[in-house]
Design a protein around this ligand. Sequence first.
Ligand code: NI
Length: 189
Amino acid sequence: MAILKIANMGHPILRQVAEPVPDPEAPIVRHLAADMVETMEDASGTGLAAPQVHVPLRMVVYFVSGSRMGPDADDIPLTVLINPTLEPLSEERAYDWEGCLSVPGLTGLVPRYTRIGLRATTLDGGLLELETEGFHARVLQHECDHLDGILYPQRMEDLSLLLFREELRHGIPERAQELLTKEEEREAR
Ligand code: NI
């Protein structure tokens, strides 16, 4: 296993549409998945897409801790997605903060679909199908965007809400507060 170098925003590989993985069960794919997991964990990331480690293939690894999703939520175990496809299950979108290992130091308030369906191939060639919502759905949209050469700032509607995470110590921008409060009201309904 190895820790791989992460490409930063501006590297052309992050703008490229990645190619499908031709043989998901190939040993080289399993090896890449192991290296991606090691790289993600080393960088304390939630997810990592192959283009972020300079490999233009449609492959994602991620892990979501239950604490990110609610007081009683279970962890989403470490998952490898090969050739994933994603569709929104409703038009509804919500705002939340995102960060990205390829955009170090920054965070931004990004609108995403609240409910999505996903299909992918697993490392043993099986079919993974799931429907999910909230933070898990957000992570999947963020990671699958990497496979189409899209970084989260390109999904933002208000670039005044793209900022250095460290500067949040001065307080959350008023506009962000408004959008997040609207979210809480929607969830409470
Ligand atoms: Ni990312």
